[in-house]
Design a protein around this ligand. Structure first.
Ligand code: GLY
Length: 363
């Protein structure tokens, strides 16, 4: 089973597909129809450990010269230093304007590789092969690429659309449970902002061994989420309006990640808590949201950080260094109702602090 969507973007349309065991054919077809002289394979170190023989076989069969660049796991790879190493690798290995970069990995690999592809020679073709749930449903689609800066997350980057996104669920067979749950948060986000069916369909995440989940149901869920994302980024490619809804929970989450030094809490865990905080804040500003649809999934999360170990006093300050400030006030995506996100500037910092307290009780 495999399904294909098309994303329309200013830089051109590109296909997004999801299925089981589809990556070989998708890449071979792409390269059969391209005049690429060579290619670069940028791959996450864990994916490389598990799938090196398969990836080598695919690229050997494509028959073009290729060089592989391994990206260390962890948010620390989204750094200026690692971006420099990546671009250096491309330039010192003869990259040309028509040499594609194939990024195989999760969100960190995709964001770093995408930014390297956007900046080397002012842009080389980029193909995303997302290997985590999070990257499949969210980060590989829509062209956001970037790295972190000491003042905050994703503060350096570019909108740079790929030529193709191929999500092969076979890669999820070697994905640790924690990473599946990391991706679940972005799935629940789509449930909150766009389609309530997603909550029920996400119950498959309660399966004890996630490698055993029904592939058809999983692919259907991923495709549905991809569809929401495609729809939103087509309406607002450069985040002047509705694309900001995809940041539901993220203003809290980014500050939490920073307070936890980017390594004690994963992005997805932070987004889960961020969504609870955003729902709490929605209620404080006068909306009325019952958080049960999301809270049901709370038992699946195993937060490895205690709230005492976080720099809690700095959380609001960190939010202010995120990109979502207007006239010194923080802007949030809140819920006016389920599947009714709204953009709100909240001036009363006591309300924000109280919502933080409510969310941090979960730790
Ligand atoms: N991950 C949010 C966006 O792509 O806009």
């Amino acid at each position: 089973m495999s399904t294909k969507l098309t994303v329309k973007s200013a830089a051109g349309d590109y296909p997004v597909s999801v299925g089981f065991n589809i990556v070989d054919e998708a890449l071979k077809t792409y390269f059969d129809n391209s005049s690429a002289p060579a290619c670069f394979l940028f791959v996450d170190e864990n994916v490389w450990k598990h799938h090196q023989p398969k990836l080598k076989q695919i690229f050997d069969e494509i028959g073009l010269p290729y060089r592989s660049f391994i990206i260390p796991e962890g948010e620390k790879s989204k750094s200026i230093k690692q971006w420099q190493v990546a671009v250096n690798f491309l330039l010192k290995n003869g990259v040309r304007r028509n040499t594609p970069l194939v990024a195989v990995g999760g969100g960190i690999t995709g964001d770093l590789s995408g930014f390297a592809a956007s900046s080397a020679l002012r842009g080389i073709p980029l193909i995303h092969v997302p290997t985590t749930v999070l990257a499949m449903v969210d980060s590989s689609i829509g062209g956001k690429t970037g790295i972190n800066h000491e003042t905050g997350k994703n503060l350096i980057g570019a909108f740079y659309q790929p030529e193709m996104v191929v999500a092969d669920t076979q890669f999820l067979q070697t994905l640790p449970r924690k990473e599946w749950i990391n991706g679940l948060s972005e799935i629940l986000k789509y449930g909150a902002i766009s389609n309530s069916d997603i909550f029920e369909m996400s119950e498959l995440f309660f399966e004890e061994d996630l490698r055993q989940v029904d592939q058809q149901e999983l692919i259907k869920l991923i495709e549905l989420c991809m569809g929401v994302k495609v729809d939103i980024v087509q309406k607002d490619e450069f985040e002047g309006g509705v694309r900001a809804f995809l940041n539901f929970g993220h203003t809290f989450a980014h500050a939490l990640e920073k307070a936890a030094d980017f390594d004690q809490i994963s992005h997805g865990e932070a987004v889960f808590l961020g969504m609870l905080a955003a729902i709490d804040l929605s209620n404080r500003v006068g909306f009325s949201i019952d958080d049960r649809s999301i809270r049901t999934f709370r038992p699946l999360y195993n937060f490895g950080v205690s709230s005492d170990s976080l720099n809690r006093d700095r959380l609001i300050e960190y939010m202010k260094s995120d990109k979502k400030m207007v006239n010194e006030h923080i802007r949030f995506i809140l819920l006016k109702g389920w599947q009714h996100p709204v953009l709100r500037t909240v001036k009363d910092e006591t309300q924000i602090a109280d919502s933080w307290l409510a969310a941090l009780k979960e730790l």
